[in-house]
Design a protein around this ligand. Structure first.
Ligand code: ZN
Length: 102
């Protein structure tokens, strides 16, 4: 079975795109996308190929599905980096308080 990276196989991505995974597996893959550029990239390529193949027939991907997935990922990435920034700011404020009595 061809692997994209250590954790995810091409088959899993294909099933993900085709909507053949359970909710738990979908979440696992979406979580993985946050940290794996290779899998995100591969998914985009596979989606593009699939869209190309199917564009002469009825598209199997629901209207806006890709946008929703990408938007979901973007929101989660933003939330993640916001959390990290906030905790960094909080730590930095505490550091200033402690050492400079601001
Ligand atoms: Zn990966």
């Amino acid at each position: 079975m061809a692997k994209i990276c250590k954790e995810i196989s091409v088959d899993e991505i294909t099933d993900y795109i085709g909507g053949r995974l359970s909710r738990r597996e979908v979440l696992r893959i979406q979580e993985h996308f946050l940290s794996c550029w290779e899998c995100r990239n591969e998914t985009n390529i596979l989606l593009a190929i699939q869209y190309d193949i199917d564009s002469s027939e009825d598209p199997p991907i629901p209207e806006g599905a890709i946008e929703r997935i990408m938007e979901d990922l973007r929101i989660r990435e933003e939330a993640k980096s916001k959390k990290e920034t906030e905790s960094f700011c909080a730590r930095f404020r505490n550091f200033l308080k402690k050492h400079f009595l601001f």
